[in-house]
Write a protein that binds this ligand. Structure first.
Ligand SMILES: [Zn+2]
Length: 95
């Protein structure tokens, strides 16, 4: 995994990043939307695997509605994985 992408600060800062306001992804050069960050960005693939495992263990696929509006018993575990994912994204981007 590459830790340094040559970008030390996120455009707009961490708050906007979490809230899904759209600066550009420093790796992919596309708008940094919630779907990009949560589902598509190769920069976070390793961490995303944990999120995907949490979903799969409850019979869910990785998509935006399952991640952001998890139903039933999966809600707790998926939320924990999502929180870890977001934290990891922030750390990875800012190192
Ligand atoms: Zn990206």
């Amino acid at each position: 995994m590459r830790l340094r992408m040559g970008t030390t600060l996120l455009p707009g800062g961490a708050g906007k990043y979490v809230l899904g306001v759209d600066p550009a992804c420093p790796m992919c050069q596309v708008p940094l939307t919630a779907p990009h960050m949560l589902l598509h960005c190769p920069n976070h693939k390793a961490t995303r695997d944990h999120l995907e495992v949490a979903l799969h263990s409850h019979g869910l696929v990785l998509n935006l509605s399952n991640v952001l509006d998890t139903k039933g018993a999966a809600r707790g575990p998926v939320f924990s994985a999502l929180a870890k994912y977001l934290l990891d994204c922030l750390i990875t981007e800012k190192i």
